[in-house]
Design a binder for this molecule. Structure first.
Ligand SMILES: [Zn+2]
Length: 472
């Protein structure tokens, strides 16, 4: 797996890595264009970030040396890529993933740094393009390569592994999954009796799972017909959901690796020490365990909440102000669903807003249903620009919840009003009362429904239920 590290500048020059909104070929200099006579200097933060990842993946961190990996391709202006070969920065690590209800250890062979090549854009499809365009803004951005041992046994397992790895990278603050092309996977797969195929440059986890599933059936079909499966490199066509042969696989010696003579060997440990965070970074598994013990929430909720760092931080902000169990269930059961439904991100709903909603539900000002309605109102405004209250969209100030409750008349009905409505419902529906007394199940629900109608849905269902039963 290749991932771009979020350093501010490139791996061997001072060009900015924030090129995403820039014109092509504007973030370049003689070094990342590979002009003759230019010399690379290592970006120390890239070493620090790579060391952080290697340690989080339980690798041994060792002295490393950059190598030249020689090959010709238009996205590589020097004619070689500076990478690590014999002495990668991290070796012999592992990551555990849950598979079929148990933990499996996936061994990590190596973690190393290299430079990203430029970006090629094909006119039309990769097979039929007459020419391609090249943008060197990406050339020289630090790439971290993580290589596993062949320990993954199913496409779904590969996807789980990648999800967990991505989660860790986010926790370490070295990766931004929202950037285009920030993560690319080369998935190698073989089945018994054949050589392995490498599917290059898959840019999503779903894509990896799909490409692997396709390869399994393609390779099985070949074997069944007695055709030899040759080692080769393939391309995944995301739109069609199939893989296409690109070229027969180069052997490693084709790259003529040799140590980069312009760069000295590097010992990452003392460099990383200079930038060591004061507090140890808490990784997902540790955070999940802490959530269970500190907040007394279920392992399931803790797992969902720690699946992304922003979500975990969000929950902790809310849980500091209200009952943690309520906070967990509102974040996971309500907010996440409402956000996903609208394709919105977490930052479109400030924690203070959710705290206000939960507080008002807890103190009985509004019902749970009304609380959900308040959340929906705000989210509808921010996603469609629809004006449904006088609260400005995107502004979730402390007073907003109060304004929406008043404007939409969402206040919970007072107990006197529910009692009166219950009495009315009982008087008006003698048949239901009789059914209730003879033990028919739906009768009580019917009466609760009548009270809901009379109070325009503002009665708390549990309270209504109790008041009706008392009167009966
Ligand atoms: Zn540059």
């Amino acid at each position: 797996m290749h991932t771009q590290l979020t350093t501010r500048s490139k791996l061997f020059c001072g060009c900015s890595t924030h090129y995403q909104d820039s014109e092509p070929n504007t973030h370049t200099c003689p070094i990342c264009l590979g002009l003759p006579g230019s010399l690379p200097v290592v970006n120390e933060m890239a070493i620090v970030y790579a060391e952080r990842v290697a340690k989080a993946l339980n690798c041994s961190v060792q002295q490393t040396q950059f190598y030249r990996k020689n090959y010709y391709y238009p996205d590589l202006p020097k004619g070689f890529q500076i990478s690590q070969y014999d002495f990668p920065l991290g070796v012999n690590g592992y990551l555990t993933v849950e598979s079929a209800g148990r933990e499996r250890k996936i061994r990590i062979r190596r973690v190393h740094l290299e430079e990203d090549p430029g970006k090629l854009t094909y006119r039309g499809t990769i097979e039929k393009a007459q020419y391609s365009l090249i943008d060197y803004n990406r050339s020289g951005v630090p790439l971290l390569e993580v290589v596993t041992e062949p320990d993954l046994h199913a496409p779904k397992e590969a996807r789980r592994f990648l999800n967990k790895l991505r989660n860790i990278l986010e926790y370490l603050d070295v990766f931004d999954g929202n950037l285009e092309g920030s993560l690319r996977v080369d998935a190698n797969i073989s089945i018994a009796g054949g050589q392995r195929a490498e599917v290059k440059n898959i840019s999503s986890y779903k894509g990896v799972e799909k490409a692997l599933l396709f390869e399994i059936s393609r390779q099985r079909n070949l074997l069944r017909r007695g055709i030899h499966i040759a080692q080769e490199t393939r391309h995944f066509d995301e739109a069609r959901g199939i893989t296409i042969s690109l070229r027969s696989k180069e052997q490693e010696h084709d790259y003529r690796y040799f140590p980069e003579p312009d760069l000295v060997p590097i010992d990452p440990a003392p460099i990383a020490e200079l930038f060591r965070e004061e507090a140890e970074i808490e990784l997902p598994d540790a955070k999940r365990q802490r959530f269970v013990t500190q907040y007394r929430i279920s392992d399931y909720l803790a797992k969902v909440l720690t699946a992304s760092k922003p979500l975990a931080d969000y929950f902790e902000t809310v849980a500091a102000q209200v009952d943690p169990a309520a906070a967990a269930s509102w974040v996971v059961d309500v907010l996440q669903g409402e956000l996903n439904y609208r394709g919105l991100r977490l930052d479109s709903f400030e924690p203070q807003f959710l705290i206000d909603v939960i507080t008002r539900v807890t103190d009985g000002t509004i019902t749970e249903k009304a609380g959900i309605e308040v959340i929906r109102t705000v989210l509808d405004q921010s996603c469609a620009g629809v004006k449904v209250s006088s609260v400005p969209s995107g502004v979730a100030s402390a007073g907003s919840v109060k304004v929406i409750i008043e404007e939409k008349a969402l206040q919970a009905a007072p107990i006197e009003q529910i009692t009166a409505a219950a009495k009315q419902a009982i008087d008006e529906n003698p048949q239901a009362v009789e059914d209730y007394r003879s033990g028919k199940k739906g009768a009580l629900n019917f009466l609760v429904g009548q009270v809901m109608k009379k109070t325009r849905g503002r009665a708390d269902p549990a309270l209504t239920n109790r008041l009706i039963r008392e009167q009966l």
